[in-house]
Design a protein around this ligand. Sequence first.
Ligand SMILES: [Zn+2]
Ligand SMILES: [Zn+2]
Length: 212
Amino acid sequence: MSHMDPIASPSLDARCAFHPETTATAACQRCGTFVCHHCLQWARDGRRYCGACAARALPPQASREDRFLANLVDSFVVFVPFIVGLVAMAITDELTGQEVLSIPLLLGGILGSLLLCGWQIYYAATNGQSLGKRWRHIRVVRMDGSHVSIARILLLRNLLPGILNQVLCVFGLADAICIFREDRRCIHDYLADTQVIQVPEHERTGTPSYRG
Ligand SMILES: [Zn+2]
Ligand SMILES: [Zn+2]
């Protein structure tokens, strides 16, 4: 409201503050600096900023507690249907002694686990959130606040750290301990040039994607 609106039709002498040879297309909605379309950035709060203000407009880092709880949920949630299927199979076997009845239960469990894996990948690809991160209202973004690709999440945040942990046994521990650093970025965040931020309040309520 108190912010300057983007210029509707820039006057001839409105020039980009960073590219004086280029006509400005908008004014930063935070500091009012005129910027060209190369310098203009859409922040996740829906406003248009110059580069410096866009970087400052990033929501705060996720808390260590939220990251821990999200990781905890993510590390077991996909196994739940499989384990339920396994237990149901064992009980059915015990009670009826008929494998014909119990095998579909196990297959159902496996299918459920696969579906949850797919769900995790879908959410991570669309908005940088796993199920645990959705629950804690936190999200992975690039360091400049932009969307992080699913390839970056899978390869650099998950696969590479996993391989490094196989090679250097202490890697996983060292990686996790880094959460206690000032910037709360773990080694896998550095590998992938990512950070975990809090989802802004207005995105939590207004989004139809928050079904439960
Ligand atoms: Zn600005
Ligand atoms: Zn510019």
